[in-house]
Ligand binder design. Structure first.
Ligand code: ADP
Length: 202
């Protein structure tokens, strides 16, 4: 994009499964390019916190882990994208679109990203990341037994074990795979719209 010498601010959509490292990438990208980070989930949580009419409606769906209806989400995201700061600095959109109709709505408004980043991490690796994840209840720091092990035995001994028998572990793996399936269905639905501008990273 830099090489193209474009004067327009950068517009990016990012998509990544749970535990794909999307949060970290979003931080790095927004810092590097000075973009406004717009996360659909954050916008919705702000509406819920404000107890607006939309927020009250959205809450019912979010509690069930279901997609909030387009009538609420589409306008909310569109308005945020058109705010002066997003227009001036460019934006990184995260958690939207999650369906072909949500992608189509952006297209209808003439809102098109320069690039669609797809964090393409294999299911085995995602499961391994989630299963090995540990929390230090004292500092709040997140560790991974293999990839980011605790600094010493004292910390290691107090890390919270989210599950200690194989049955719980199997249940966790099942849930991770279920969430991944939903994610892949969502991604497949929007991928065709952005095929020509998709960049895969892992
Ligand atoms: P998660 O990755 O767990 O889905 P998010 O913060 O992205 O977390 O979203 C939280 C909830 O907000 C979702 O479960 C869903 O109910 C709602 N939500 C987020 N983005 C969208 C969207 N694009 N369309 C509809 N609902 C959404």
């Amino acid at each position: 994009v830099a090489a193209s010498g474009k004067a327009e601010p950068l517009k990016v959509i990012i998509s990544g499964a749970p535990a794909s490292g999307k949060g970290t990438q979003c931080e790095l990208i927004t810092q590097k390019y000075g973009l406004v980070h717009i996360a659909a989930g954050d916008l919705l949580r702000a509406e819920v916190a404000a107890a607006s009419e939309n927020g009250k409606l959205a809450k019912e769906y979010m509690e069930k882990g279901e997609l909030v209806p387009n009538e609420i989400v589409v306008m909310m995201v569109k308005e945020r994208l058109l705010q002066p700061d997003s227009q001036q600095r460019g934006w990184l959109l995260d958690g939207y679109p999650r369906s072909s109709s949500q992608a189509a709505a952006l297209e209808d408004y003439g809102i098109r990203p320069d690039v669609f980043i797809l964090l393409d991490v294999s299911e085995d690796i995602l499961v391994e990341r989630v299963v090995g994840r540990r929390l230090d209840p004292l500092t709040g720091k997140i560790y991974h037994l293999k990839y980011s092990p605790p600094e010493n035995d004292e910390i290691a001994s107090r890390l919270t074990q989210r599950f200690d028998d194989t049955e719980e572990k199997a249940c966790l793996i099942f849930l991770v795979k279920l969430r991944l399936r939903t994610h892949h269905q969502n991604v497949d639905a929007v991928l065709s719209v952005y095929k020509d501008i998709t960049v895969k990273a892992c």
